[in-house]
Structures are given as structure tokens and as C-alpha cells.
Design a protein around this ligand. Structure first.
Ligand code: SF4
Ligand code: SF4
Length: 208
């Protein structure tokens, strides 16, 4: 299933906060909970503002489903709009994520761990994906335990799995961007996320 090294138990990594993985060719895919967290961080009432303000865009991925992605700023550099530079105590510039720790997209929060899910087989694998080609964190000798990631993000992984099921179901019904947008990605941010997810599932799974 995986083309990156599978993490069975531990992996070596420690982020130096250089910010390289938040700029350049990187892409940050979002799931439904990520959209909810982003909207909450910005104090929005509905997720449609994320798209209208061009912070998030929809892209057609290799599985032929429309998924949300953070729209990186293009000038003067391609860079995530949520990356800030801050001076550390020793005077060095650090790349700091404004969304850290409570509103960070799952894909960024678990990096360099990547989660690969096989919905048919109900299986998952955790793989080591260098966050950027020049990521200094990959040179570290600090050990990390994959079980800690699994435990810490267990709820988010369940939500992500439910999102993948929605995508798979919708793909059999339509390939139209507008329908993905309306059925999955525009929702009110006043309600708790579990209610929103239940509502989206009831709408999407009603489509045959
Ligand atoms: S490129 Fe690596 S070291 Fe730099 S911020 Fe990203 S994860 Fe951390
Ligand atoms: S959301 Fe945060 S961690 Fe992810 S790319 Fe943007 S600045 Fe980097």
C-alpha cells in the first residue's frame, strides 16, 4: 500500500521550525474537521467565507474527488498564509504556524507521519514522509513513538475515516465540483462538529 517507509514502532525526527515545509511546492489537504477548526480560528459563521476569501480552494485529486486545500500565497514566494516569522530568544528567525496547536490541519499536525487508509480492507498504515526535501528535522536522532500519534489523534483519525467514506460515496454519484462544494464543504460553524458531520452524512448517504 505504501511507497514511503512504513513506521511500525518508532521514527527519528525533531522539527527545527525552519518553515520550509510551509512554503514552496507543499500542498496542505484538509478534511472536514480541518475546515471547521480553520473557520473557528478565524471567528467565521460559515465555511463558505474560507472559499470566498481565497484561503481555501477545491482541487480534483488523483482519486477523482474534490478536496479542500489551503491556498498558498503566490507572491513574492509561494507560502502558507498561516505561516508567521518570529524571533526566538537566541535571535534566530523561526517559522511559526498561527494555527498551532489547536487549529492546525491534521496533515500538518502529524507530519512527518503520513496516514494511508484502505477503505475496502478497513486497514491503515503510517508512513514516514519527509515534510520538505530539505527538512533538517529528518536528520535528528530523537526517537518518536507512532503509538503516541495514534493515541493523541484517535478522534481526528475517526473523523478523517468518515470523511474518506463520504468522498467515496459521493464519487459514485457525481464528479461535479459544485455538488461536492455544496454537500460537503459549506456548513454553519455555530454547531458542534459532531452534529455537523452527522448532518453531512445524512445528506450525502441519501444520494444514490
Ligand atoms: S521542514 Fe522540517 S524542520 Fe523545517 S519546519 Fe518543516 S518539519 Fe520542521
Ligand atoms: S497550516 Fe501551519 S503547519 Fe500547515 S503549512 Fe500552514 S503554516 Fe505550515
Amino acid at each position: 500500500m505504501a511507497s514511503f517507509p512504513i513506521i511500525y514502532n518508532t521514527y527519528k525526527f525533531e522539527c527545527t521550525m525552519c518553515g520550509n515545509c510551509c512554503s514552496g511546492p507543499q500542498e496542505v489537504n484538509l478534511d472536514l474537521l480541518d475546515l471547521w477548526k480553520l473557520g473557528k480560528f478565524l471567528g467565521l459563521k460559515s465555511t463558505n467565507i474560507l472559499f470566498e476569501k481565497s484561503l481555501v480552494k477545491l482541487v480534483l485529486n488523483e482519486n477523482k474527488v474534490w478536496i479542500p486545500q489551503i491556498r498558498f500565497k503566490q507572491k513574492p514566494l509561494r507560502i502558507c498564509p498561516f505561516l508567521m516569522n518570529e524571533k526566538s530568544d537566541d535571535g534566530e528567525m523561526k517559522g511559526v504556524c498561527q494555527l498551532h496547536p489547536n487549529h492546525k490541519p491534521l496533515i500538518c499536525a502529524i507530519s512527518p507521519v503520513g496516514r494511508i487508509v484502505d477503505l475496502d480492507l478497513e486497514q491503515e498504515e503510517f508512513v514516514l514522509v519527509p515534510p520538505a526535501s530539505d527538512c533538517a528535522g529528518m536528520e535528528s536522532s530523537k526517537f518518536n513513538y507512532i503509538q503516541n500519534t495514534k493515541d493523541h489523534y484517535s478522534e481526528e483519525f475517526i473523523n478523517q475515516m468518515r470523511f474518506f467514506r463520504l468522498l467515496t460515496h459521493l464519487k459514485n454519484y457525481t464528479h461535479t465540483e459544485q455538488i461536492f462544494y455544496k454537500l460537503l464543504y459549506v456548513f454553519d460553524l455555530q454547531s458542534p462538529f459532531p452534529e455537523i458531520l452527522n448532518l453531512i452524512e445524512s445528506k450525502v448517504f441519501a444520494k444514490k
